[in-house]
Ligand binder design. Structure first.
Ligand code: PLP
Length: 429
């Protein structure tokens, strides 16, 4: 019988296999047919410590029996309070002092970004009501960005085939060129010029653009970007949805650049990847611009499941793991293991442009007809599936983003499969 399920980013007309997963543990997915897969992309970048982490699973079970869900408009619960305090405590700081001070919950990376945009425009709107500033509404974005698939998040992302149908709904933004090697100053100059036009905010994926192709840029460029925004009074929004929770080698990517954003969006690994939750964290001036006895100025945003208690309990367990265990140590060991093998793989004639940041690694496969819509990526996916590995290349860019519990044997199998893919699909010189 044909399944009624309509899957995301899936062309059902191609009849690609859709494996059914019945159980997961660590970095391993167990299939209904008895097979196993190594989850080499952390199930879309969310699983940090490993699937079904016992501490997170126990926290979910415990919370589910006590308080599952609570309207969050003017009500609160202990897990939400604890996670907010934990986030403020762990977030990037200026000279040891927390600047990010207020946590607004939502349910996904896209909604965390939408909330960030609404906070930024709300800030300028309310300052304008007080005659303290002109209202501002333009958003600056970085070329090749991805911030999610809701309308606002698509508006600030790279335009292309994946959002062409909704182009009439998307709002205009000003795009700053990506700081590719040798183009860093051009990027910063463009940002400086754009900031002089009084936009509301600049939003960036710090240090690495994910869905845009795992494009890495130096920390000093991020530092300079934030400084330019600050100089012009333009709000600096860091979309840490992919990069947070240790992915880039530090808890948050902004920390490598000494940057404290005005607004920071986090999601994915906030619960260790077990259950949806997101947070948009803002500095006091953003919150204070909405603080009033006037109800017209409250922050008009919510969804039914805002700060779901079970999700918050999972996030609290994740934060406890970060506090009590040497997660950064595990990340460093995995990153070293990836680096050694990636350097070896880069010697393969079919691969070029190896790059790595923390536990994220990417390499380009030089294959015939390697465009985004070619059938290379689906053929690679099927090949890796046969090898017992879940990978989802972006066009001809093959990237890894495994859970931090990946062991040496799994790492070896992963790189053996990459080498085999180079042999099979690569252009041989
Ligand atoms: N922002 C970034 C940088 C992302 O990588 C993603 C998803 O991959 C999103 C936002 C959207 O997150 P979600 O898929 O949870 O809506």
């Amino acid at each position: 019988m044909t399944s009624p399920v309509w899957h995301p980013f899936t062309q059902h007309g191609l009849n690609e296999p859709i494996p059914q997963v019945v159980r997961a543990q660590g970095a391993t997915l167990h299939l209904a047919d008895g097979g196993t897969l190594i989850d080499a992309i952390s199930s879309w970048w969310v699983t940090t410590h490993g699937h079904c982490h016992p501490r997170i699973a126990a926290a979910i079970a415990d919370q589910a029996g006590r308080l599952d869900q609570l309207i969050f408009a003017a009500y609160t619960h202990a897990p939400a309070e604890a996670v907010a305090r934990g986030l403020i405590d762990m977030a990037p700081r200026t000279n040891g002092q927390p600047e990010l001070a207020h946590v607004f919950y939502s349910d996904s990376g896209s909604t965390a970004v939408e909330v960030a945009l609404k906070m930024a425009l709300g800030y300028w709107h309310n300052l304008a009501l007080d005659g303290l500033a002109q209202a501002r509404s333009r958003i600056l974005v970085l070329e090749h960005s991805y911030h999610g698939d809701t309308i606002g998040a698509m508006s600030i992302g790279e335009r292309g085939v994946y959002n062409a149908a909704w182009q009439p709904l998307l709002f205009d933004v000003d795009t700053i060129p990506f700081p590719a090697p040798g183009r860093e100053q051009a990027c910063l100059d463009a940002l400086e010029a754009a900031c002089a036009q009084h936009p509301a905010a600049f939003i960036v994926e710090p240090l690495i653009l994910g869905a845009g192709g795992m494009l890495i840029y130096p920390a000093h460029v991020l530092t300079d970007m934030a400084a330019i925004c600050r100089r012009h009074g333009v709000l600096f929004i860091a979309d840490e949805v992919m990069t947070a929770w240790g992915r880039t080698g530090t808890l948050f990517a902004c920390q490598q650049a000494g940057v404290v954003p005005d607004i920071m969006a986090v999601a994915k690994g906030i619960t260790g990847g077990a259950i949806p939750l997101a947070a948009t964290i803002a500095t006091a001036p953003i919150f204070d611009a909405h603080l009033s006895t006037d109800r017209a100025r409250l922050f008009y945003h919510s969804s039914s499941y805002t700060a779901n208690a079970i999700a918050c309990a999972a996030a609290a367990a994740n934060i406890a793991i970060w506090r009590e265990e040497d997660v950064l140590g595990r990340i460093a060991v995995l990153a070293d293991g990836i680096a050694v093998r990636l350097a070896q793989l880069a010697l393969h004639p079919a691969f070029s442009n190896p790059r790595q940041l923390g536990t994220i690694a990417a390499i380009d496969l030089d294959a015939p007809d390697a465009g985004y819509l070619s059938d290379l990526a689906p053929r690679l996916r099927a090949f890796f599936l046969e090898q017992g590995i879940l990978l989802r290349p972006l066009g001809n860019t093959i990237y890894l983003m495994p859970p931090y519990c990946l062991d040496t044997d799994q790492l070896d199998r992963l790189f053996a499969a990459l080498t085999a893919a180079g042999d099979r699909f690569g252009v041989q010189p």
